[in-house]
Design a protein around this ligand. Structure first.
Ligand SMILES: NC(=O)c1ccc[n+]([C@@H]2O[C@H](COP(=O)([O-])OP(=O)(O)OC[C@H]3O[C@@H](n4cnc5c(N)ncnc54)[C@H](O)[C@@H]3O)[C@@H](O)[C@H]2O)c1
Length: 337
């Protein structure tokens, strides 16, 4: 069987998940190389994943002929130059979201993708590969809810992780750029239209440290789309019960709700506290299967010369909308796109 030889860059929180999937779960892929600026992560790649070639220098990994494709899971500001360098070195590229940290960088990545149409490029909007979201999209496209006219999205991180979010608050770019990008992508995908206008606001009731860092612990944004449809995104940091990701798409003939209860599994615990449904704990648990399915799609596209459904332009558009949302939140004024 032909196997795609993959080199991964970045073996942090998410890099380890992708690396484990490529090394152990995807039958037509092989993890031949790994790169990180953290030596302990390279040791992890060698000992835990059996990767023979490890690099501290990304450009050196790109010169390795045993690497057909690069999976980029580094800090967001590194994505665009690493995308460009990999495509120019003749590699297929999967990059984590966001595409870039500003729109100029995104255009640079677009130009690199356009220079190499023979290479597969994919962006990690993995929710599109989650079975429930993919099913919802299929139902919308088949007319099951008539014309979709409203998407309501909720994404609240577990309160258990709030200390990390506070430490990161000064440099995260703000709650919307940090947390709303997947919901922004999903709204565009479900509604089949682009955002023309956004209103946004934020609030902080539990952790004043967010305000002190120029951020908010909760954000709410309302969108108008070019076809007249509407969107609403609620993001936050303080869900005491776990990781709350929920999406509702309302159409003229019906509604689809995805994880109306963000439940861990189908088990119910009946005890002195009542009937308890435990909540999913975090994104690695909620989207474990989606991370695997999106990587299988990338590998298949690279081996067969296809381009995936998520394009570089989806990355630029979501970044633009993220910035417009942030501007609306900071200024208190509606922002037109
Ligand atoms: N799709 C999702 O749901 C999702 C979830 C979490 C994170 N992410 C994205 O994934 C990326 C990584 O996030 P994380 O939480 O794993 O971060 P992390 O900080 O845990 O890991 C980042 C890794 O990048 C490496 N790195 C940074 N600069 C490098 C360079 N120049 N060369 C080589 N290695 C370099 C670091 O050593 C580290 O291994 C971010 O862009 C983030 O937005 C996406």
């Amino acid at each position: 069987m032909e196997k795609l030889k993959v080199g991964i860059v970045g073996l942090g929180r998410l890099g380890k998940i992708h690396a484990g999937n490529i090394a152990n779960k995807i039958r037509n892929a092989e993890l031949t190389a790994a790169c990180s600026i953290v030596p302990a992560e390279l040791e992890y790649a060698k000992t835990e994943l059996g990767v023979e070639k490890v690099y501290l220098d990304y450009r050196e990994m790109l010169r390795d002929p045993d690497v057909d494709a690069v999976v980029i899971v580094t800090t967001s500001r590194e994505h665009c130059w690493q995308i460009e360098a990999a495509l120019d070195a003749g590699k297929h590229v999967f990059s984590e979201k966001p595409l870039g940290v500003d729109v100029e960088q995104c255009h640079m990545a677009e130009a690199a993708v356009e220079r190499h149409p023979e290479k597969t490029f994919m962006l990690g909007f993995m929710r599109r590969y989650d079975r429930s979201y993919a099913y919802a999209k299929q139902k919308i496209d088949s007319g099951a809810i008539g014309t979709p006219y409203l998407v309501k999205a909720t994404g609240i991180d577990p309160e258990a992780l709030v200390e990390g979010a506070i430490r990161f608050a000064k440099t995260s770019g703000g709650i919307f750029l940090d947390m709303a990008i997947h919901d922004i992508d999903l709204m565009r995908w479900f509604l089949g239209a682009e955002v023309t206008e956004v209103y946004a606001m934020g609030a902080t009731f539990k952790h004043p440290a967010f305000r002190e860092a120029g951020d908010d612990e909760t954000g709410l944004a309302v969108y108008r789309f070019a076809n007249g449809a509407m969107g609403m995104v609620h993001v936050g940091r303080t869900a005491p019960y776990g990781y709350h990701v929920e999406t509702e798409i309302v159409g003229t003939e019906g509604t689809i709700r995805i994880s109306a209860v963000p439940e861990k599994n189908l088990a119910r615990l009946y005890n002195g506290a009542g009937v308890v449904t435990e909540c999913v704990e975090g994104f690695p648990e909620r989207f474990a299967e989606a991370y695997l399915l999106e990587m299988e799609e990338f590998v298949d596209c690279a081996l067969t010369g296809r381009q995936p459904g998520v394009s570089v332009y989806d990355g630029t558009e979501s970044t633009k909308i993220g910035y417009a949302t942030t501007e609306a939140w900071k200024t208190g004024k509606a922002v037109k796109l």
